[in-house]
Design a protein around this ligand. Sequence first.
Ligand code: DGL
Length: 259
Amino acid sequence: MSSQPIGIFDSGIGGTSIFKEIHALLPNEDTIYLADSKNAPYGGKSKQDILKLSIKNTEWLLKKKAKLIVVACNTATTNAIKELRDAYDVPFIGIEPAIKPAALNTQTKAIGILATKGTLSSELFHKTSDLYSHGIDLIEQVGEGIVPLVEAGKTNSPEMRTLLEAYLKPMLKADIDYLVLGCTHYPYLIPMLLELLPTHVKIIDSGLAVAKQTKAVLEQHDLLNNSMRFPKNTFYSNGNVDVLKSLLDDTFKTKALDF
Ligand code: DGL
């Protein structure tokens, strides 16, 4: 069982930012990544649709013998992880916007959160934000249009810059000192965000926390792969495999999937 792969899925290629953190922390683990790019973005879909797609992705990864599943998508986590945990026996690791560290450390008492509509309107997000927003101004912004640009390989484009400038404007007006990235596609925007944000604004994402949690849960279940052989890390996409490839090291295998 411990030699079976970790399964990772996202609505598309954004979750590769989470894969990279997991692989850095757990280099012996085999992984299977599923990019459901054909159905991206999930952010504007209903909870029911997000749940249906998350179940489909989970079942595909279970057929590939995943020993644990990382839902490398804030939108799928906040809308479906409870139901997934209730329905399947494998452990699930999810990802949510990291409001807590931002709220605990803000000096200006204003933090920005950039995420999808599906995440920002979810019950789970409201629960967490209610818990940490006391006395703090939370500037929530839907990142409409960002995921499709990343999926189209236009992360570093003039269109992206225009969108980000517009989305950061109300946050900067409110004097945020933390920007929380609430979508796994967004870490790929960090170089552009650093150009657009004043230097005192810190960017927070949840990737490392997810990798640490994955390691802790594998340990708890005695599922860590301790073998010394070279790991297999395979990436499947039902969308544009070339864009997926462009985010990854040449050593990783990418495959087109009819799914
Ligand atoms: N990577 C997904 C997330 O973390 C993007 C959601 C979408 O497809 O809209 O939320």
